[in-house]
Design a binder for this molecule. Structure first.
Ligand code: DX5
Ligand code: ZN
Length: 225
């Protein structure tokens, strides 16, 4: 169980009571706050931006894990850094220059992640993995919460875990492997076994009645991996 992190996705929270929802998952023992940003362009949905991030920042001690599903990405990165983001991930297809975007996230003082859609090839890890803090593997197509986990992502998770192992041996750096989409109590152990260490869960947590009980259940399933 040690070394696993659970990141509730606030996309599934009640936006009319967002501050309370964030406080509730923090009290329930969440490790990170997953903050999904959608622009109705890179993905067909519109969610929340830096203003909402800035208003949540003083209300939580949890690291804010911003998942950018926007195109272009560079302009908005400093805004999120100013708004208190700790970690910023983006999709390589949405950046004109992946390395420059990674450098920008760093310059802004945040940790950097690269996000892969189910069909995005892992070749994007070539020459970038040594510069990443996090690999975000989507296990649904981005744009909406509440979708079904795509089982063929399990071998892809294992492949990324292998690449991280090799890279970490060479660099000594820790890289998190985050899986995002359709993570639930009945599949979290399998996803961990494949190699994930960081789990985004939106509907599984915010769709439940007792967030603390749900987080306890998710952790209990990780404890026996
Ligand atoms: C999907 C988002 C996910 C989503 C996860 O585009 O990136 O983070 O909110 O929600 P669930 O856990 O409900 O699949
Ligand atoms: Zn996400």
């Amino acid at each position: 169980m040690e070394g696993y992190r659970i990141a509730p996705s606030i996309l599934a929270a009640d936006f009319a009571r967002l501050g309370e929802e964030v406080a509730a998952v923090e009290a329930a023992g969440a490790d990170l706050l997953h903050f999904d940003v959608m622009d109705n362009h890179y993905v067909p949905n519109l969610s929340i931006g830096p203003l909402v991030c800035a208003s949540l920042r003083p209300r939580t001690k949890l690291p804010i894990d911003v998942h950018l599903m926007v195109k272009p990405v560079d302009r908005i990165i400093p805004e999120f850094a100013k708004a208190g983001a700790n970690l910023i991930s983006f999709h390589p297809e949405a950046s004109d220059h992946v390395d420059r975007t990674l450098a920008l996230i760093r310059e802004c003082g945040c940790r950097a992640g690269l996000a892969f859609n189910p069909a995005t090839p892992l070749s994007y890890l070539d020459h970038t993995l040594e510069r990443l803090d996090l690999v975000l593997l989507m296990s649904v197509n981005p744009g909406f919460g509440g979708q079904q986990f795509i089982p063929s992502m399990l071998p892809k998770i294992a492949e990324v875990r292998e690449r991280i192992k090799v890279a970490s041996r060479a660099t000594g750096r820790e890289v998190w492997l985050q899986v995002d989409g359709g993570v639930k109590a009945d599949n979290i152990a399998q996803i961990a076994k494949a190699g994930a260490d960081t789990f985004v869960a939106g509907s599984a947590i915010f769709g439940s009645r007792d967030y603390a009980a749900t987080l306890r259940d998710l952790r209990a399933r990780l404890a026996v991996v």
